[in-house]
Design a protein around this ligand. Structure first.
Ligand SMILES: Cc1ncc(COP(=O)(O)O)c(C=O)c1O
Length: 392
């Protein structure tokens, strides 16, 4: 064996999206890219806003000294100040730059948080269906992922979470708007969750954190608002990125915000600064920090995704597919017409449609469609969706 056994095993476990990616490449080579309908990846297909490219040009032309140098591990103070001002409005809580740490995307943020708070054997609860990387990130830092089912409409099941919280639990991760379901959690359910975590922290004499992973916060439909986390839960930490809302996932830029009311706020921030460094990120990319500083509150035009959501939902509904219409993000998570979601996804593949089985998100019997694709991909895939469901 030339590589670690655990990585060998993880590569097999994590292979759903990769398998689809490879299958997509194979089908595209045979049939041509326009004849394969690839809904497998959450890679935004809309260009970043013009203001992003304009800002990059300005920054590249800058002659200021030290713009490419090392910086404080949490990021440039001026950038964190701009982020703090924006997040204060979003959360309706006054936040300072001392509560913000710039990260390499939300994935980097999650790893920094988990590195900072987990002791070996600590458990972290994720709500199924869930973003499959959570299991790997928790493992990276010696923790154990424990999954708890949401309700059938993918909203929070507080009773299930309550039953799962033992003295070993250090944190609960939520993701709203959700990947893969598009569900957005209500303010009342978040308040209930905040109270549950408080009660359990008192019961066990320890702090149980709420980690809110929210890279889709700005991608919502029908004028829905995503409730702030900080007013609902004192011991809470947000991580997010500009990957999805500015369409720049390759640039690896995001941030962590710690609730200013958190009991161990300065220990958390100091620990996370160190974690950012020793995980090897050192600091978030300098150029991207300066770019997003000027783009607080901006996003791509969400109406494009709203149109794609309508095209996909209205089409699939006609053929008898069952699903919860997503309130946010750019994913649809329909029920598989047969219990074996892997088999149904294989049937879709025969129609040159690439989807990911719900099994890959800890929720068999469903499949995920990422609709951050061209409108024509959705329109042209409809006949295949119809034929696939008719086969069962
Ligand atoms: C729920 C969720 N969390 C985190 C991430 C990682 O985001 P980033 O690429 O900004 O690190 C993703 C990316 O798809 C995601 O869907």
């Amino acid at each position: 064996m030339t590589i670690a056994q655990k990585i060998e095993e993880f590569m097999t476990r994590s292979s759903w999206i990769r398998k689809m990616f490879e299958e997509g490449a194979r089908l595209k080579a045979i049939h041509g890219a326009d004849n394969v309908y690839d809904f497998s990846l959450g890679n935004p297909n809309i260009d970043p806003p013009k203001s992003f490219k304009k800002k990059l040009k300005e920054l590249a032309a800058s002659q200021d000294n030290g713009t490419h140098a090392y910086m404080p591990n949490p990021g440039y103070p001026a950038v964190r100040k701009a982020v703090a001002a924006y997040v204060s409005g979003e959360q309706q809580v006054e936040i300072s730059e001392n509560e913000i740490l710039m990260t390499c995307g939300a994935a980097g943020g999650l790893n920094v948080i988990l590195k900072t708070i987990l002791d070996p054997g600590d458990e972290v609860i994720a709500l199924a269906p869930y973003f499959v990387e959570y299991g790997f990130y928790v493992d990276n830092h010696g923790g154990k992922l424990k999954t708890v089912k949401t309700r059938s409409d993918f909203t929070l099941n507080i009773g299930n979470i309550q039953k799962a919280i033992t003295e070993k639990v250090k944190a609960v991760i939520i993701n709203s708007p959700n990947n893969p379901t598009g569900q957005v959690y209500s303010e009342s359910s978040l308040k209930e969750l905040g109270k549950l975590l408080y009660d359990k922290s008192v019961q066990f004499g320890k702090t149980i954190y709420l980690i809110s992973d929210e890279p889709y916060r700005k991608i919502v439909y029908d004028k829905i608002t995503v409730p702030g986390i900080f007013p609902c839960c004192k011991e809470s930490i947000i991580t997010t990125s500009y990957s999805k809302d500015l369409s720049i996932p390759g640039e690896r830029i995001g941030f962590i915000a710690v609730n200013p009311a958190a009991s161990y706020k300065s220990q958390l921030i100091n620990g996370m600064g160190l974690a950012n460094r020793i995980l090897g990120f050192v600091n978030a990319p300098a150029l991207m920090q300066r770019a997003v500083q000027a783009l607080q509150g901006e996003s791509v035009d969400i109406s494009h995704y709203a149109k794609k959501r309508e095209l996909l939902c209205s089409g699939l509904e006609k053929f008898g597919y069952e699903f919860v219409k997503p309130a946010g993000a750019f994913y649809l998570f329909p029920k598989s017409p047969i219990p074996d979601d892997v088999k149904f996804v294989a049937a879709l593949q025969e129609e040159k449609i690439l989807a990911v089985p719900g099994t890959g998100f800890g929720c068999a019997g469903h499949f995920r469609l990422a609709f951050c694709v061209e409108d024509n991909t959705i329109i042209n895939a409809m006949q295949g969706f119809e034929r696939a469901i008719q086969r069962f």
